[in-house]
Design a protein around this ligand. Structure first.
Ligand code: BG6
Length: 488
C-alpha cells in the first residue's frame, strides 16, 4: 500500500496510452485500496478541455472495461474525483502556470511526471518542467518508450533529461518488466535450487524467445513505420527478456545490483554487423492474408499513401549469442512479429541431449528436456520430461509435461504490468526500470544491424498475414539442426 500522498502528472493525459493502460492501472490499484485518499492524477493535454469533461471521458473508458455493477460505478466515481485536467504541452509555456499552482498547493507530496506523449516532446517537456520550477525534492520522471531511435538520439535524450532530473529520479519504462510472468522468471531462476546448476552452456543447448502478435499495426501505423519491429520490440522487450534469462544472480538487493547484471549481459552480446547480418537476422513484412478466419490487408495497404514504398519490418528473427563464460556458444534465437498466427509470448530453454542412451531402439527417440515459460496468454511454466509409457508393452518412452498454469494454481486475475510499475515509481523502487547505461548499451548492439539492413537496400521479405513469418526465419534455425518451438 502506498500511504504517502502523491500527484501523478500524466503528459499525454488524453492520449491512447493514458486511456487504455495508465488510467485503468491506477483505477485498479485504487480499487484494491492501494492509493492514499489524497492521491491526485493530473492529466496534461494540449487539447483544450475541462476537468469535468476529462472525468467523463475517462469514466466512460473505465466503465466500458469493467463490470456494470453499482459497486463498480461507485468505485469509478470515487476514482474520477482524483482526476484533474490541465491544458498545456511541451511546445509552449501556455498553461504551465496553472499546473504549477496545482502542484504548489502540495509542495511536499511525491510528484511523478509521466511522459506519455509523442517522443519528440520528451526533451521539451522536461525542460519546461525544470524552467517552471516544478522539480521538487520528491519529483520523479517516468519516460515511455521509444527511448530514442538509435544510440545517438538516446544518448542526447539522456543528456537532456539528465540536466533536469538525477538518474535516481528517472524511471524508463519497459512494461514487459512489470509483467507478473516476467518477474516469475526471477523467482524460477533464483528461488529454486533445481535450475541454477544447469543454467549454462554445459547443459543448455539453446534458448528461444518469441513474442508473437496476431494483430496488425492498425491505427499506430504512423509511429510504427518510423520504428519497425527492431525498435518497437527487440531493442527493449526482447532484449530485456534475454537479460533476465542470461544474467548472473544479483549481488545485493538494491535496484542497481540487478541492473548491473543486466548491463553485463548487454555488454557481452556478440556484435552482429556487416557481413554477419544476412546470416544471423531475417526481417519480414506482412502481406494480405487471413486472421481469425477473416481476410486482412497488407502492411502497405494499412500504411496507405503515407510513405510508400515502405521498407519497415513487421517481423524479425535473429540469432544472438552472449559471449561470456556462462553462455559461450549457446544460441539465443529471438523472434517477434505482427500478424502472426496467434498471440503468444514465451521463453523456451532446451537442455542438451543425454550423453548416452541405455535404452534400445524400441524405446523410441529421447527428446531433450525443455522448460517453457509462457508469458502470455495462459501464463504458466512447463517442464518437458521423458517418462515410460505405462503398460506391459516393454520400455517405450514418451515426452510428458509437468505443467503449471497460473490461472489453475492461483485462480486470480493477473495484474497488468502498468499496475505494478506505476506504483513502484511512487514507492521509489527503480528495480524494474531501465537505467541509462542499459538503454544505451541495447542501442549500441541494435544500431549496426539496422545500419547493415539500410546499407544493403534489401526490402524485408514478404510473409502472408497469419503465418509464422518468412520461410527464411525457419531456415535460420533449421540450418542449425533445430526448430522453432510449437506448442503441442
Ligand atoms: C508495445 C509495442 O511496447 O508492446 C506494441 O509498442 C506491442 O507494438 C506491445 O503491441 C505488446 O505488448 P503486450 O503487453 O500486449 O505484449
Amino acid at each position: 500500500i502506498v500511504t504517502e500522498p502523491f500527484d501523478y502528472v500524466v503528459f499525454g493525459g488524453t492520449g491512447d496510452l493514458a486511456r487504455r493502460k495508465l488510467m485503468p492501472a491506477l483505477y485498479h490499484r485504487d480499487l484494491a485500496g492501494q492509493l492514499p485518499p489524497s492521491a491526485r492524477i493530473i492529466g496534461v493535454s494540449h487539447r483544450p478541455g475541462s476537468t469535468d469533461a476529462y472525468r467523463e471521458e475517462i469514466g466512460k473508458a473505465l466503465t466500458e472495461a469493467s463490470a456494470r455493477t453499482d459497486d463498480a460505478r461507485a468505485a469509478i466515481d470515487r476514482f474520477l474525483q482524483r482526476l484533474f485536467l490541465v491544458t498545456a504541452d511541451g511546445r509552449s509555456d501556455d498553461g504551465w502556470a496553472e499546473l504549477r499552482v496545482l502542484l504548489q498547493a502540495r509542495p511536499d507530496s511525491i510528484r511523478a511526471f509521466y511522459l506519455a506523449t509523442a517522443p519528440d516532446l520528451f526533451d521539451q517537456i522536461c525542460r519546461r518542467i525544470g524552467a517552471h520550477g516544478l522539480v521538487s525534492e520528491r519529483a520523479r520522471l517516468v519516460v515511455e518508450k521509444p527511448f530514442g531511435t538509435d544510440f545517438a538520439s538516446a544518448h542526447a535524450l539522456n543528456e537532456a533529461i539528465g540536466h533536469i532530473f538525477h538518474e535516481t529520479q528517472i524511471y524508463r519504462i519497459d512494461h514487459y518488466l512489470g509483467k507478473e510472468t516476467v518477474q516469475n522468471l526471477l523467482a524460477l531462476r533464483f528461488a529454486n535450487a533445481l535450475f541454477e546448476p544447469l543454467w549454462n552452456a554445459g547443459h543448455i543447448d539453446h534458448v528461444q524467445i518469441t513474442v508473437a502478435e496476431a494483430l496488425g499495426v492498425g491505427q499506430r501505423v504512423g509511429y510504427y513505420d518510423t520504428a519497425g519491429a527492431m525498435r518497437d520490440m527487440v531493442q527493449n522487450h526482447l532484449m530485456q527478456l534475454l537479460c533476465l534469462v542470461g544474467m548472473e544472480p544479483r549481488s545485493a538487493r538494491d535496484a542497481d545490483a540487478l541492473r548491473d547484471e543486466k548491463l553485463k549481459v548487454l555488454r557481452s552480446l556478440k556484435p552482429i554487423d556487416g557481413s554477419l547480418v544476412p546470416a544471423l537476422t531475417v526481417r519480414g513484412q506482412y502481406r494480405a492474408g487471413m486472421a481469425d478466419g477473416a481476410a486482412v490487408p497488407s502492411y502497405l495497404e494499412e500504411l496507405g499513401e503515407r510513405a510508400q514504398p515502405s521498407q519497415t519490418e513487421t517481423f524479425i528473427a535473429l540469432k544472438a549469442e552472449i559471449a561470456n563464460w556462462r553462455w559461450a556458444g549457446v544460441p539465443f534465437y529471438l523472434r517477434t512479429g505482427k500478424r502472426l498466427p496467434e498471440r503468444v509470448s514465451e521463453i523456451v530453454i532446451t537442455f542438451r541431449a543425454i550423453p548416452h542412451s541405455v535404452f534400445d531402439g524400441a524405446a523410441g527417440p529421447i527428446s531433450p528436456n525443455r522448460l517453457v515459460i509462457r508469458l502470455q496468454p495462459d501464463e504458466g511454466i512447463k517442464l518437458e520430461l521423458m517418462i515410460k509409457d505405462p503398460g506391459p508393452g516393454g520400455m517405450r518412452l514418451r515426452q510428458v509435461p509437468l505443467d503449471m498454469s497460473f490461472s489453475d494454481t492461483f485462480g486470480v486475475h493477473v495484474p497488468e504490468a502498468y499496475e505494478r510499475l506505476l506504483l513502484d515509481v511512487i514507492r521509489g523502487d527503480q528495480t524494474l526500470f531501465m537505467r541509462r547505461d542499459e538503454v544505451e548499451a541495447a542501442w549500441g548492439w541494435v544500431d549496426p544491424i539496422i545500419a547493415a539492413w539500410q546499407a544493403s537496400g534489401e526490402p524485408p521479405r514478404p510473409y502472408p498475414a497469419g503465418t509464422w513469418g518468412p520461410s527464411a526465419a525457419i531456415a535460420l534455425i533449421e540450418r542449425d539442426g533445430r526448430t522453432w518451438h510449437e506448442d503441442g
